[in-house]
Design a protein around this ligand. Structure first.
Ligand SMILES: [Ca+2]
Length: 331
């Protein structure tokens, strides 16, 4: 099943990588004021791949440092164990009250670990319809304040835009979407293919500034190989990596979702550049995306420092709740 994730070859051309631009000779900057927490909604095809689990571990660890406030987590695939599995992870991280959204009319998928989480770990939440939850949450937030990170199918976002695009335009500051390949895909990418009609609609019509995180980025990042050493025996993060990788160091498949999550919370942070100004994304009926000229509110990420990003993500994923010596910044 995992092989389906790898149908797309990495496309990053050597000349595409933009220099991050070190400024070692600059005088020390005054102490920066802590930025306000990112108001984040997570939309995930949780339950299949390890990287959704790693992305959730990342966002919870970042929330523990005050960098992000998790408004909700939405499942965007039809998996009956997902809501309870997501709630179990949130509960273990001390956030049992995070609302969980479940989709309508979503793609049915097999599950690899959400049933295990639902059956082994406490959870008490009551999931609700994802689009309704989006609308309630967005209405309650300040204008242009919310970040949405999509790390799965675009089913919920397509339905939300069809239902109330004006609300999205007013409340959402930016959307980060893991999907496709940049600047051009040669084979369909997993997330974009989960619900291709929804993908094509969101890519064509989504009403906010959008940053795409392509397959080629996560193909260079491998995380999670220390969670069985850093997390306690009762950790659901450890349980998932143990189930999928035998608690070794065999996660050499790639890491997609946490790379989008990291950008959604920390921005470029000396690991990314933004490319694609003056262009926008398109997706053909057979699921191939390409960047074409025109437009002003879309960009795609270019990875400028894979080692630094890997370390930063691992630092967060490896930090269980209540850890001492918690890093204030992951880099
Ligand atoms: Ca995912």
């Amino acid at each position: 099943m995992r092989l389906a994730r790898f149908v797309l070859a990495p496309l990053l051309a050597a000349g595409m990588v933009l220099a991050a631009g070190a400024a070692s000779a600059s005088p020390p900057a005054p102490p920066a004021q802590a930025p306000p927490p990112v108001r984040l909604i997570v939309d995930s095809d949780f339950g299949q791949w390890w990287d959704d689990m790693a992305a959730l571990a990342l966002v919870h660890a970042a929330a523990d440092t005050g960098r992000v406030r998790i408004l909700a987590i939405m499942s965007d695939v039809d998996n009956p164990w997902n809501a309870a599995g997501l709630d179990a992870v949130n509960t273990w991280y001390g956030r049992p009250d995070i609302p969980i959204g479940v989709p309508a009319g979503a793609t049915s998928v097999e599950e690899n670990y959400s049933r295990l989480l639902a059956q082994r770990y406490p959870h008490a939440g009551h999931p609700s319809d994802a689009v309704g939850l989006y609308r309630r949450l967005l209405r309650a937030q300040p204008d242009h304040s919310v970040t949405i990170v999509s790390i799965g199918a675009l089913t919920n976002l397509a339905q939300l835009a069809r239902t109330d695009a004006a609300l999205v335009a007013r409340k959402v500051a930016r959307t980060v979407i893991m999907g496709g390949a940049y600047p051009r895909a040669t084979e369909p990418e997993w997330n974009f293919g989960l619900d291709l009609a929804a993908t094509r609609q969101v890519v064509a019509d989504w009403p906010t500034r959008t940053v795409y995180d392509g397959f080629e980025i996560g193909a260079r990042v491998f995380v999670g190989n220390r969670v069985c050493a850093t997390h306690p025996a009762g950790s659901p993060v450890r349980a998932v990596f143990d189930l999928l990788y035998g608690c070794g160091n065999a996660q050499t498949d790639g890491t997609w979702d946490p790379t989008a999550m990291y950008y959604a919370i920390y921005g470029r942070d000396h690991v990314y550049a933004l490319a694609g100004a003056g262009g926008h994304n398109t997706v053909t009926p057979d699921g191939l995306n390409a960047w074409v000229p025109g437009g002003h509110h879309q960009r795609y990420l270019v990875l400028t420092d894979a080692a630094r990003l890997t370390h930063a993500i691992d630092t967060l994923v490896d930090t269980p709740p209540g850890a001492t010596n918690r890093p204030t910044t992951p880099g």
